[in-house]
Design a protein around this ligand. Structure first.
Ligand code: GLA
Length: 381
């Protein structure tokens, strides 16, 4: 990367910073409802090599497949909010940092390289904006705390990109630790590291990319969010976290049926996240599979944010012997995850791809992921 940086910009990078993609084990669409979620950082990372300039020019290059070969986006700090395409995650991070912290900042050159797949639901966008946030934080000498950085990343999504998302992705990417998931409580604002113990139990997580792409700035995500707000308004609570599992059915018939189904998903998924976290913490990860699959049914039937190719992947994974499987991330496309025995993993990967293709969908791309370190400056040899 250092060589590529020197070729692109004719200067030495000051360092390389990176951030992982994330998989959410359970707890979906709970973040903006004050609930619980249990994500982990994955061993696919976005890296940013950077150096400061002595003017206000910003130059950004990447090796993304969709970036023009050798193309460099060039602008100034003051025009960073006008960015489009993938570079808005980089420029948006600079813009939000300057505005929220009231610092002038200085121009910079950045080269981005990533093996986090884009549009899959594993938070390639949070990985990119978070890698840039930690890089600029260090180079601009700001000392922003991780909790504050989570909010800055969300502002990039909400304001610069226009996606009305919560803080699940940035929390996962910025707080992740190797071999741990992080139990996020969005009402209390707490984050607790939970050792996964997957390796010791002979387990791993597969990501099954449906190749159905989603866009949370324009897709059904915003509609679901409004439906959740409607449910909270009718139930007379500040967030759906205030509705107990046992009270869910009492609301049936007192709100539109679809809105009630959204409520049921959100409330029961927080309950599932709590139960999965407790089992994992107790060293019983072999027992979480059916809770994951219940979570998928809840998303498919109640939250209605799955798609047929992902339902097919979940069914195929369970039929092939996965302990459990579910849609992960914002939905309306993206990927399923499956919890599998490491010894059976290659066979399950093959059988899932075969079965989904035989059901008339695109052949999914399947890969294993392992819980990895969050955003940081990369050590260099
Ligand atoms: C996307 C959003 C998150 C969260 C999930 C659903 O990943 O960015 O804020 O709402 O969807 O759990």
């Amino acid at each position: 990367m250092r060589e590529a940086f020197a070729v692109a910009f004719g200067a030495e990078a000051a360092g390389i910073w990176s951030a992982p993609g994330r998989v959410n084990l359970i707890g979906e669409h709970t973040d903006y409802n004050g609930g619980l979620a249990l994500p982990f950082g994955i061993d696919r990372r976005t890296r940013v090599a950077m150096r400061l300039r002595d003017d206000d020019v910003v130059r950004v290059a990447s090796d993304f497949a969709d970036a023009q070969a050798g193309g460099v986006v060039e602008t100034t700090l003051d025009r960073a909010a006008e960015a489009s395409g993938w570079s808005r995650y980089v420029l948006g991070a600079a813009h939000v940092l300057r505005r929220e912290l009231g610092v002038p900042g200085t121009g910079f050159d950045a080269l981005v390289s990533s093996d986090v797949p884009v549009g899959v639901g594993v938070s390639s966008s949070a990985a990119l904006e978070s890698a840039v946030l930690v890089a600029l934080d260090e180079l601009w000498g700001l000392g922003v705390e991780r909790r504050a950085m989570i909010r800055l990343g969300q502002l990039v999504e909400n304001e610069v990109v226009g996606a009305p998302t919560g803080t699940l992705d940035q929390s996962a990417v910025l707080l992740a630790e190797r071999d741990h998931a992080v139990l996020l409580d969005f009402r209390a604002g707490t984050a607790e590291q939970v050792p996964l113990g997957f390796e010791a139990a002979g387990l791993e997580i597969l990501v099954i990319d449906s190749l159905v792409r989603h866009d949370h700035a324009t897709g059904g995500y915003g509609e679901r969010r409004r439906e959740c707000e409607e449910a909270a308004r009718i139930a007379g609570v500040p967030t759906l976290r205030e509705v107990a599992v046992d009270d869910v059915e009492a609301w049936a018939g007192r709100m539109p049926a679809a809105v009630h189904r959204r409520l049921r998903h959100v409330v029961t998924d927080t309950d599932r996240a709590a139960r999965v976290a407790a089992l994992v913490r107790a060293g019983r990860p072999l027992e979480i599979g059916s809770i994951l699959t219940d979570g998928h049914r809840s998303q498919r039937d109640d939250f209605e944010d799955s798609v047929p190719a992902i339902d097919a992947a979940v069914d195929a994974a369970v039929a092939a012997g996965a302990l459990g499987a579910r849609l992960t991330g914002g939905g309306f496309g993206g990927a399923a995850i499956a919890l599998v025995d490491v010894a059976a993993s290659p066979r399950i990967q093959r059988e899932v791809a075969d079965a989904v293709e035989a059901a008339g969908h695109a052949r999914p791309v399947v890969f294993a992921v392992h819980a990895s370190q969050g955003a940081r400056r990369d050590p260099e040899a």
